[in-house]
Design a protein around this ligand. Structure first.
Ligand code: C2O
Ligand code: CU
Length: 497
């Protein structure tokens, strides 16, 4: 496992904060993009083992501004863990913080007792070990703490890392996609931090009603980052690890992003989109084609979700700002092409099969900070699902704010609905998802296949992934139980109006 050295901000060039709004392209985005170190663990006795230690420290995230930060094996963010489908993995997580933490494997389909929720706390100075067999398609997953009521403060300080699942060890079976980590397969972890005027790091300000919004965006902890590509086709694996900010990704000055993957794996075929909207917790894998000698700028464009800060350092009320400048290789030889199709047949088959008559339908009403009128109670199981069931979960946002909805231990499909904006590139809801944005007044239908690991005692969570909402208890708990056991048939939640 690597340390966090590559993320240290020592190499940051001097520069003002006021370029983020319109960027200007040119010289502002000149700091080399930090790449989280790749950790492939050690294989012994048929198990691939990793070690993580949560630590705190001080990191100069913005030139001249030091922040109190947290990281895994370093002071900010964590290594990118990589393992393959079918492998047995073990991760020992030590808590070197002064607070309790947990380590949650977001998007992983694993037994609830290994999931790293508030039910598996790691107290200060202790080590918790999770172990499971990876049984899901190649995907860009991630890990972060999930302590009861304390998640936002730990994630926004830097406790977040990627967990890449591959089809086979060593990157075989990458479906013709760029797959050289850090070279043409590039992780982008998006977070926003707050810098007060006068250049001080600003810590805990919560901006109700959404949570913490910064005024400065970092990519892998790099402010105004630049990536110098060496190939004409680059795959970006983008994670929104912010508390509340949504990113509406696109290329400045036009051009398409080829969406090839979402939260839980590849989409059936690359989709050329002008915009890819990511709410907190969501991931997208996109291909960017580079023409020789030309720079492209990845930008977050205005959207209608009402999260603009009005801070001119983030584009003012329009909430538009540049994220990353990518320069093309000089005189690049014609190289890899965007593949015409991708191997994701399971999703399509389930979508066709999963809506059979008799499917259990459950409804989840998202209120201001509650789900079905309730906030989290750690000792209350809200529902029990039979192992191996495929259910239809209808998530309705009756509030006047955007929320999203994340389910642990599964990957689901979002059933397309009339009025979806995919044609206009507004949503990236194709393929396997574990987190979905739900706009005010919107209702989405999720086809959810549950795992086979029954455990009536240890729940999984479902919740809004705006981290402050999560901490406020906009979360519920479910167990996966043996089919036919009494616990599998609780009273259904109240129907949506
Ligand atoms: Cu990414 Cu319940 O969390
Ligand atoms: Cu919410």
């Amino acid at each position: 496992a690597g340390g966090g050295a590559a993320l240290s901000a020592g190499a940051l060039s001097a520069g003002g904060l006021d370029h983020a709004g319109d960027g200007g392209g040119g010289e502002a985005f000149a700091t080399p993009l930090a790449i989280p170190p790749l950790a492939e663990g050690r294989v012994a006795g048929g198990v691939r083992s990793f070690r993580l230690e949560a630590r705190s420290g001080l990191t100069e995230l913005v030139p001249g501004v030091r922040f109190r930060t947290m990281g895994y094996n370093g002071t900010f963010l964590g290594p990118t863990l990589r393992a393959a489908r079918g492998e047995r993995v073990r991760v020992a997580v030590s808590n070197g913080l002064t607070l309790p933490t947990t380590a949650h494997w977001h998007g992983m389909c694993l037994p609830a007792a290994q999931d790293g929720t508030p039910h598996q706390p790691i107290s200060r100075g202790r080590t918790w070990t999770a172990e499971w067999t990876i049984d899901q398609p190649a995907a860009t997953l991630w890990y972060h703490p999930h302590p009861h009521g304390q998640t936002e403060g730990q994630v926004v300080r830097g406790l977040a890392g990627l967990f890449l699942v591959e089809e086979a060890p060593g990157g075989a079976g990458s479906a013709g996609l760029p797959s050289e980590y850090g070279v043409d397969d590039v992780p982008l972890i998006l977070q926003d931090v707050a810098v007060a005027s006068g250049g001080r790091a600003e810590g805990g300000r919560v901006q109700a009603p959404v949570g913490r919004l910064g005024n400065t965006v970092l990519v892998n902890g790099t402010h105004q980052a630049h990536f110098s590509a060496s190939t004409p086709l680059v795959r970006l694996r983008v994670l929104n690890a912010s508390s509340a900010r949504c990113y509406n990704l696109g290329l400045k000055g036009g051009g398409r992003l080829w969406l090839v993957g979402t939260d839980g794996g590849l989409v059936p075929e690359p989709a050329a989109l002008e915009r890819v909207l990511l709410s907190p917790g969501e991931r997208a894998e996109v291909l960017v084609e580079l023409a020789s000698g030309t720079d492209v700028v990845l930008r977050s464009f205005a959207h209608d979700l009402g999260m603009a800060t009005g801070d001119e350092r983030l584009g003012g009320a329009r909430d538009e700002f540049d994220l990353l400048r990518i320069s093309a290789p000089a005189g690049a030889p014609a190289g890899a092409e965007v593949p015409a199709s991708l191997p994701a047949p399971e999703a399509a088959a389930l979508m066709a099969a999963g809506l059979a008559v008799g499917t259990t339908v459950r409804t989840f009403d998202l209120g201001g900070r509650s789900i079905n009128g309730a906030v989290l109670a750690m000792d209350r199981i809200d529902l029990a699902v039979p192992a191996g069931a495929v259910e239809l979960w209808r998530v309705a946002n009756g509030s006047d704010r955007a929320h999203n909805f994340h389910v642990h231990g599964v990957q689901f499909l979002v059933r397309p609905a009339a009025g979806d904006h995919d044609g206009a590139g507004i949503t990236a809801r194709l393929g396997w998802k574990d987190t979905v944005l739900v706009r005010p007044g919107e209702s989405v239908d999720l086809v959810v296949p549950f795992g086979k690991h029954a455990d009536a005692d240890v729940p999984y969570m479902y919740h809004c992934h705006l981290l402050w909402h999560e901490d406020q208890g906009m979360m519920g708990q479910f167990t996966v139980v043996e089919p036919g056991t009494g616990a599998a048939a609780p009273a259904p939640p109240a129907a949506a109006p």
